[in-house]
Write a protein that binds this ligand. Structure first.
Ligand code: NAD
Length: 405
């Protein structure tokens, strides 16, 4: 059979994709400096409520944030700015994943606290729009997805640095059927893309006195792209001699994360997009409910902080949105405060969340009317943050190792 025509069409399509990717490389090469928050006045924190349970949990997290940052807000060092236009209804109205005016408003902020956004999927009532989250990560070049996973009673204290803009995902919708029988997708790794995520992971380790970074690939099989990621990881590692570096294949790493003897040793884990997507979900399972975890999407100019979960439409349909756990958004606030160098404020909020969510648990959420509401939980966190003895109280719990499950 002669496939010349099919191959020519495929080559043209491939050439277009390569052009796009090389443009992206040029943009990365042109580079951008990291934002210096200490020089900004005010630091503008954009707040997006999101869909479903999003506005409920975001409101509660913002209540705590406003208390923690009261002085900075009053002095004009920080401004909290609510950004509209991103609910699924608003996106569908203009048929855009990220309406232009909203994107412009987001770009006027320095960091963003974002509630979950619904992505239409086949079969639901919304037309098929691209994910606003994916679109925002791309438009704001948020190349690092950072997810801490902590389970003190099991000795787990990991932080994942997942590359967020390349790998199998960057051309995820641009694969093609060369013929009826041959489907092709692409995986893209660039030197610049790999280097910036690996470097961010090492910088985090160095700045936090952590002595180990592990890279995850499948470079024994996916030799060119994963090979490049690994080679760059090794090169960057050589610049951080005080930090031990090792590399793992993704299948073994998936197994090691459930190996109780070995997993305590992992600390900072850096990995390309798809492996990161899978392993961070696996890891979050050890931590308990998704309602307790936050994540950061970091770029040089912008950064966005969110819960790891979605908009939980069923909770809304069943009238239970007010019982959703706001701890995920509060954990996202902690990461945001740390990112903009409000270290003391971040520590206080984190200690209060540890006390309320892991050590004491005087107010418990079940997601249903037999548990507390998100507002009651936020009151508990606020009361705890205000405790003048907060640090000693946290240290006492930490030392006793007592955790309520
Ligand atoms: P989901 O995370 O929204 O919900 C799964 C289940 O987790 C819920 O039914 C609920 O029982 C529980 N849950 C989630 N958050 C909770 C909280 N704070 N408190 C208590 N319980 C909580 O997952 P899904 O149903 O697959 O996704 C719903 C929508 O969210 C989809 O449109 C999806 O695309 C979107 N989503 C958005 C993001 C994001 O904005 N980053 C992430 C994931 C999913």
């Amino acid at each position: 059979m002669n496939h010349t025509g099919a191959i020519e069409r495929a080559k043209e399509h491939f050439a277009e994709l390569l052009n796009e990717q090389l443009k992206r490389v040029d943009q990365m090469k042109a580079g951008e400096d990291w934002a210096d928050y200490s020089r900004l006045m005010p630091i503008i924190i954009g707040v997006v409520g999101g869909d479903g349970i999003g506005p409920f949990i975001t409101k509660e997290a913002v209540r705590v944030l406003e208390y923690i940052l009261a002085e900075e807000i009053q002095s004009g060092k920080v401004e909290l700015r609510w950004i509209s236009g991103l609910t699924i209804e608003e996106r569908v109205k203009v048929m855009k994943a990220l309406p232009e005016e909203t994107l412009a408003a987001l770009k006027e902020c320095h960091v963003i606290l974002k509630g979950p956004l619904t992505t239409p999927k086949k079969g639901d009532k919304w037309p098929n729009l691209e994910s606003a989250n994916v679109s925002m990560r791309r438009e704001l070049d948020l190349f690092a997805n950072v997810r801490p996973v902590k389970v003190p009673e099991k000795g787990i204290d990991w932080i994942f640095y997942r590359e967020n803009t390349e790998g199998e995902y960057v051309l995820g919708s641009s694969g093609f059927n060369v013929t009826e029988d041959l489907a092709v997708d692409f995986k893209v790794i660039t030197s610049q893309g790999a280097e910036r995520i690996v470097r961010l992971a090492f910088e985090y380790a160095r700045n936090n006195g952590i002595n180990r970074v592990s890279a995850v690939t499948k470079a024994n099989v996916i030799k060119t792209t994963d090979g490049k990621f690994l080679e760059i990881a090794r090169r960057v590692a050589a610049e951080y001699p005080e930090i031990q570096f090792d590399d793992w294949f993704v299948d073994i790493m998936a197994a090691k994360l459930v190996d109780e003897k070995r997993r305590r040793d992992f600390k900072v884990i850096v990995l390309p997009n798809l492996y990161g997507d899978i392993l961070t979900d696996e890891a979050a399972e050890f931590q308990g409910g998704v309602g307790t975890a936050g994540s950061a999407n970091i770029g040089k100019r912008y950064a966005m902080f969110e819960a790891i979960h979605g908009s939980a439409p069923r909770m809304v349909d069943e009238g239970r949105a007010q019982y959703a756990d706001p701890a995920s958004m509060m954990r996202a606030c902690v990461m945001m405060l740390r990112h903009i160098s409000f270290i003391d404020q971040a520590s206080r909020m984190e200690m209060a969340l540890d006390i309320c969510g892991q050590f004491e648990k005087r107010v418990s959420l079940t997601g249903r009317p037999d548990g507390a509401t998100g507002a009651q939980y936020a009151d508990y966190v606020l009361e705890t943050v205000q405790d003048p003895d907060l640090q000693n109280r946290w240290q006492r719990y930490q030392a006793s190792g007592e955790v309520k499950l």
